[in-house]
Design a protein around this ligand. Structure first.
Ligand code: C2E
Ligand code: MG
Ligand code: MG
Length: 709
């Protein structure tokens, strides 16, 4: 349990104040006590001095008065008169003696009728020695005051009167007064001490209370903020840090509030990133898995069916590569929007366990996956997939440019095909893969035998990767001669790739090359072919025939690879072969598919001096406008027109005259008979290639066809 700092520090401060106050009180009382004691002593001394002084003054006054009365009796030595004056004095209890003596110190009278001390030296009766004086004076012994006053006639001192005054009474009086004073002083001191104690204690209590309250007030907002911080840390996100104060605590509260808002926003963003695809804001793979699980549980509980549609965009990569990632991103967002709208229609009247928008997810790249709940027959899914193909088939207008893509959709469903999410996702993925390899822009339902079909394709791709990496002769080139149609002389050859798989044997090129063209391995394969062709040309063919032209097939999709042109010119320079000895063949279809990127690259290639032919011409849909602009050197008439001329000779004639008007060479493929050769020669085709002259041959065999061998 957390202890309150306001309470804790409030108590500590109050206690410290009380302690300091207590010490101050004790010190105060100690000095007060000492001061009062000293005051009493001083007071007593003062009283004693005051009374004694008064007594002395009275005694001296009395002595000088009596001495002045004695002048005449002494002058006349009238003893009875002197006695008369001294007798009442002697009767006073506190008068211990009265002597009148002459200036030599002999007693004249002692106040008694007998005057027994007459003529005795007064010094012998007194406790001190005599001195001459002219004024009243006194001396004090322990218990007595000895007063002396001159008896003067005119200006002449006749005698001295000495009176002994007992001080016992005075001392008693002083003692009584001192006692009384001490008592009163003591009472006063006690009261002062008491009142001081009470006053200081009250003051102390008040100060302690004020300190306690003040410190509590000081620490309370901090305590409040600390408590709220703990609440927030324990997951209470509704807690507010703002304090209704304008002081530093208010500022601190506002700062914490801002911090909390920023932390909350970051947390939300992190959660979104963890579950949402940041580009389309659709659920990502993680969230998709959770939602699919929910949907399967729901379907199981309600005896429903749930389908999974795996959607992969066709040609998206081209859009991304050629139009830029901005456009690619926007296209993905537009795809998400179109699919979401479609999904809304599909799920319109269904009471779902999750919001309908969570049924569409983006798994990454151009892969989307749609969960379709409650369908009745698989045909319904076919209709939905067709709708998907339709909505995604419509042009996307981004930055005023129209972009065309299509979609390949793989379909599977619960519970007939699979009863768990891992299997469902795998099946939908395989079905999509099959749809893609069946020609794209279509959908396929998952079938168990697709597994082996897809697996085999995956094996082929990874096998080619191994073959490209290894230096064995799994991959090799065959060469098919290209001849001058008029005299059948070999002017060049076409390099054609072959793959001899270590286990499966020869793999048909019509099978593996299209697979590679759809994979990431295309660039590596193209480079491998070019390197091999250049090496063979430089080492074996060029030394024999300096005018020989070697044709290499390049897929249009690889032309976007900007570095390739530089690589090939370096390769030719490395092998010391003139650039014009190399032809590249790009199929009409792949060129038209990549026409925008092809144009610039072909111009670049052309500048290096390499010749460019359009392969399989006539099978694609070349526009005359493009043909006119493209930096090409020749058209290879597709084999299909040559082989079966029954109703296609018009096409051949058109292609040849088109080429002539564009000042392009023509090369006829697939010539198998002399008749075909003659016809094509007659039509004006420049070069020919076909089994009539030679099938594609391994290098050694091919070299035997060359004139010098
Ligand atoms: P292509 O470029 O049109 O190559 C000509 C094809 O016609 C070759 O097939 C060749 O064997 C075949 N051919 C030639 N004369 C005749 C004939 O008289 N009768 C018949 N029936 N066929 C004939 P191949 O070697 O099977 O190559 C098929 C396609 O594979 C090539 O068509 C080309 O598009 C592609 N290809 C081959 N090697 C490569 C390569 O290294 N790179 C790329 N991208 N594609 C290649
Ligand atoms: Mg070719
Ligand atoms: Mg061809």
């Amino acid at each position: 349990m957390r202890s309150s700092i306001a309470k804790r520090y409030g108590t500590i401060l109050a206690f410290a104040t009380a302690l300091v106050g207590g010490v101050v009180l004790l010190v105060n009382l100690y000095f007060l006590e000492r001061y009062s004691e000293e005051s009493v002593v001083a007071g007593k001394q003062h009283i004693t001095r005051l009374i004694e002084t008064e007594k002395i003054r009275d005694s001296e006054l009395m002595a000088s008065t009596i001495a002045s009365n004695l002048d005449v009796p002494v002058y006349h030595l009238d003893f009875s008169a002197i006695q008369e004056i001294l007798e009442p004095l002697n009767l006073e209890e506190h008068i211990s003696y009265t002597y009148v003596h002459d200036l030599e110190g002999h007693i004249i009278h002692d106040g008694t009728p007998e005057i027994q001390t007459y003529n005795q030296p007064v010094a012998s009766l007194l406790p001190y020695s005599l001195e001459s004086f002219s004024d009243s004076t006194s001396r004090q012994s322990e218990l007595r005051l000895h007063v002396a006053a001159p008896v003067v006639v005119g200006t002449t001192t006749l005698a001295v009167l000495r009176v002994g005054v007992d001080f016992e009474d005075v001392n008693k009086e002083v003692g009584l007064l001192n006692q009384q004073f001490e008592k009163e002083a003591s009472e006063l001191r006690s009261s002062i001490l008491l009142y001081t104690f009470i006053a200081i204690t009250l003051l102390l209590a008040m100060t302690t209370l004020i300190v306690f309250l003040f410190s509590r007030n000081l620490f309370l907002p901090i305590q409040t903020l600390v408590d709220r911080c703990y609440q927030y840390a324990e997951g209470n996100t509704t807690v507010q840090f703002k304090l209704a104060r304008k002081d530093e605590f208010g500022v601190l509260g506002n700062a914490l509030q801002k911090m909390k808002e920023s932390v909350t926003a970051s947390q939300k963003q992190i959660e979104e990133l963890a579950y949402l695809d940041p580009l389309t804001l659709l659920p990502n793979r993680r969230m998709f898995n959770e939602e699919l699980e929910t949907m399967i549980d729901w379907a199981a509980a309600h005896d429903h069916k749930v389908a999974l549609l795996f959607i992969d965009l066709d040609h998206f990569k081209q859009v991304n590569d050629f139009a830029g990632h901005d456009v690619g991103d926007q296209l993905l967002r537009d795809v998400a929007e179109r699919l979401s709208s479609l999904l809304k229609e599909v799920t319109q009247l269904i009471d779902l366990p999750i919001p309908e928008k969570l049924l569409l997810s983006r798994l990454g790249g151009d892969e989307f996956v749609m969960i379709v709940p409650c369908f009745h027959e698989p045909e319904c899914l076919s209709v939905i997939a067709s709708h998907i193909e339709q909505v995604l088939g419509e042009a996307f207008v981004i930055k005023e440019e129209r972009h065309h893509i299509s979609a390949s959709v793989g379909i599977t469903h619960y519970p007939e095909k699979a009863d768990n999410i891992t299997e469902l996702v795998k099946q939908a993925d395989i079905a999509m893969y099959a749809a893609k390899h069946s020609g794209r822009n279509r959908h396929r339902f998952y079938e168990p035998d697709m597994n082996s079909e897809v697996l085999e394709k995956i094996q082929i791709t990874s096998g080619i990767r191994d073959a490209l990496d290894s230096n064995d002769d799994q991959l090799f080139l065959t060469y098919q001669p290209i001849v001058n149609l008029e005299n059948s002389e070999i002017v060049g050859a076409e390099a054609l790739l072959r793959w001899n798989h270590p286990k499966k044997g020869m793999i048909p090129q019509d099978y593996f090359i299209p697979l590679i063209e759809k994979s990431q391995l295309l660039a590596s394969m193209t480079l491998w072919v070019l390197e091999k062709a250049c090496t063979d040309l430089a080492s074996n063919i060029y030394p024999i025939d300096k005018g020989f032209k070697l044709s290499v097939n390049i897929s249009g999709a690889v032309l976007k690879n900007k570095g390739l042109c530089k690589q090939i010119t370096e390769l030719l320079r490395h092998h010391d072969i003139p650039n014009h000895c190399l032809h590249i063949e790009i199929t009409e279809t792949s060129m038209m598919e990549n026409i925008d990127s092809c144009y610039d690259t072909l111009c670049e290639w052309k500048e290096t001096g390499v010749d460019i032919w359009i392969d399989d011409f006539g099978t694609g849909y070349s526009s005359l406008g493009y043909l006119h602009k493209l930096p090409i050197d020749g058209l290879k008439i597709d084999r299909s027109f040559v082989t079966d001329r029954s109703n296609k000779h018009q096409v051949i004639e058109t292609i040849i005259s088109l080429a002539r008007s564009l000042q392009l060479e023509t090369i006829s493929e697939g010539i198998e008979t002399k008749e075909q050769q003659d016809y094509l020669t007659q039509m004006g085709s420049d070069f020919g290639q076909g089994y009539l002259f030679s099938k594609p041959k391994a290098l050694d065999e091919f070299l035997k066809l060359l004139p010098e061998n």
